[in-house]
Design a protein around this ligand. Sequence first.
Ligand code: MRU
Length: 349
Amino acid sequence: LRSIVWQDGCLQLLNQTALPGKAEYIACRDWRRVAEAIRRLEVRGAPAIGAVAAYGLVLGARELAAQPGDFRPALLAVAGELRKTRPTAVNLFWALDRMLAVAGRYGDDTPPTAVAAALEEEAGAIYREDEAVNRQISVNGAALFAPGSAVLTHCNAGALATVAFGTALGVIGEAWRQGLISRVFVDEPRPLLQGARLTTWELRQEGIPVTLITDNMAGWVMRRGMVQAVIVGGDRITARGDVANKIGTYSLAVLAREHGIPMYVAAPLSTFDFSLESGDDIPIEERSADEVTGFGGVRTAPEGIEVFNPAFDVTPGELVTAIITEHGVLRSPYREAIAGLLEKTKGGR
Ligand code: MRU
């Protein structure tokens, strides 16, 4: 099942809040519904958010082109609303900037329908590139594993979180097919259970042996020698290799260091924010207290309790063994490695 399908001017999103119970698509014909889907996590995962926002802008452009009014400022306003949906995954901003750069290539005398068509073409390019990038990351990352390794992954960095195979799960799938990975441990993670609900579901579909654990079991699993590596995705990576990813990633990195286990991050170039040096400057999304005080509509904490609910944390580059990209595997010192990546690709991702 594809997470994102663009067909005849309609964006179909596999509803990730309904999985694994129901596999149903949400049909978005309006950019406002796309923004809502990103906010509600009906679609989630950094590369998927980028691709979906690009199509959101296409829907906005088509709507604006069909009505009288000043097309350009209105298009910028739509992009502005899409930008507000989630703050941490830089792929959202990367995709919208890329889309607006395309619109900017056309003069004011260009009919808005032609700009909308060019934007649809660009969104398609972002979509197709993500698939190619996923494949390359998978191949680059698989080479890191010794035969028979068991690995631990966190949250969901799979086909659901991207356009095609995923980043961390793409690597796992490729390494499994090569006989290098024997089993995948998946933690929950609290509060929204993307691992327990989505990653287990994806791995099962691929026939990869999977063991679900709760978040607080990771240290013991490492201590007992049950995993030989940790591999996760990323939402934003700074110029010195600090990695924002789903809350709990930092704890796993600290545990991995203590147990002498490599900590790998798999992410495309579109997840790098070359403008930021330190992870301290990454905006961290804080979500509703309801996500922590209960689950599935059942309240588990006392009424009125104070809650801290950051959706992401930042793992300092020092704790990351390697960053797997479509352009190769980066290792510390990351400042130099990432500067080299920027130079190699000239920032064009
Ligand atoms: O809040 P989410 O579910 O969007 O968080 C997702 C993650 O943290 C993923 O690990 C990350 O986006 C990488 S997805 C390839």
